[in-house]
Design a protein around this ligand. Structure first.
Ligand code: SF4
Length: 341
């Protein structure tokens, strides 16, 4: 896990300059817009998108993807315009066709159904999600009951629950404030969704350790590097801004957690899901606005958000903080060779 030291590379905002500007009535108030780094696409999302891109470029057969390849309406809409079909029911894929599994991963039942239908499975499951799957299966093989910390209904969680028999794994949803832990006799382990709120999960794991003193698990290590780094960047923004905008889709767990992290850090935060005009009233009240993007949100959406800020506020000074990530994952097996030059 890599957590960049994000506190050292922001330039101190020039409040003196802002004061001078404000005193001059004919000039607009200049608002600082601070862009988080890292923000936007993570290595797992880039790998999944490039997988579909490569199949589209090969143009040999129709491209089917189970579920949205990543939770972003812009990305999915762009692929749909280029003929990609996103399906939930494998019966919608003709027998023998290639099927891409999304970055969120799938249950063993779905994988088995794809093989029975003789689909050519190209597995774009993020390697960090696949790691959680392996851990869950290993715990059950070792005779442990698994408590999976994750948000009910999220496709990654559905896929992780489906790695083992239903009576060997129990969901612990951090959103359930009055969740009653099950009575379990025998060894217990826990596993986590990759996009959880780090601090909330830390508290939940401590509670599990009180109830099950012998419980084993990964600590916070399976909350992925991208989630950890983006949440750390948002906490930094929260200390320096009076409003944080999170660019992302409403069904993105990653985006929802970034909004929660900012709010829990004591700052106003809003999800900007492609309709920036909805939020403009709040923008006018803010003096310093932080902007970040979920791991599934493209940079074009960030540019659109900053453009809307500039149009609404008239004068903005754009800064950025933190460091870029350099992590990349190799492509999945089974992809056609990229077209030659
Ligand atoms: S957010 Fe993390 S787990 Fe999810 S695709 Fe990105 S790197 Fe993988």
């Amino acid at each position: 896990m890599i957590v960049h030291n994000i506190g050292c590379s922001i330039h101190a905002p020039s409040d003196g300059l802002s004061e001078i500007t404000r005193r001059h009535e004919r000039l607009p108030v200049i608002r600082d817009v601070i862009l988080a780094r890292p923000r936007g696409f993570c290595a797992g999302v880039i790998r999944a998108i490039e997988t579909v891109e490569q199949l589209v470029a090969a143009a040999t057969r129709p491209v089917y993807v189970r579920h949205q390849i990543v939770h972003n309406a812009d990305v999915v809409g762009d692929f749909e315009r280029r003929g990609v079909s996103f399906i939930e029911d494998l019966n919608d894929v003709p027998v023998g066709m290639p099927l891409v599994l999304s970055a969120h991963g799938v249950s063993r039942k779905v994988r088995g159904a794809a093989l029975r239908r003789r689909l050519e499975v190209i597995d774009a499951t993020c390697p960090l999600v696949a790691k959680v799957h392996r851990e869950i299966r290993a715990h059950v093989r070792a005779g442990r009951h698994v408590l999976l910390i994750g948000h009910r209904g999220h496709p990654e969680v559905e896929g992780s629950l489906g790695q083992v028999a239903a009576d060997r794994i129990t969901l612990v949803d951090p959103s359930d404030t009055d969740f009653a832990l099950p009575t379990i006799t025998g060894p217990v382990a826990y596993a986590t969704q990759t996009t959880l709120d780090v601090e909330q999960t830390r508290a939940l794991i401590a509670r599990l350790q009180q109830v099950f003193p012998e419980i084993v698990g990964p600590g916070l290590q399976d909350i992925c590097y991208a989630t950890t780094n983006r949440q750390a960047a948002v906490r930094f923004l929260a200390r320096h801004c009076d409003l944080v905008l999170v660019v992302g889709s409403a069904n993105s767990s990653n985006a929802a957690r970034l909004v929660e992290v900012a709010v829990n850090a004591g700052v106003k935060a809003q999800l900007v899901d492609g309709q920036p005009h909805r939020w403009r009233g709040a923008w006018r009240e803010a003096r310093r606005i932080g902007v970040t993007a979920a791991a599934s949100a493209p940079e074009s959406a960030v540019i659109a958000c900053v453009g809307a800020l500039a149009r609404e506020l008239g004068a903005i000074r754009i800064r950025s903080m933190g460091e870029e990530e350099a992590i990349r994952f190799p492509p999945p097996a089974g992809l056609p060779c990229p077209p030659g030059p």
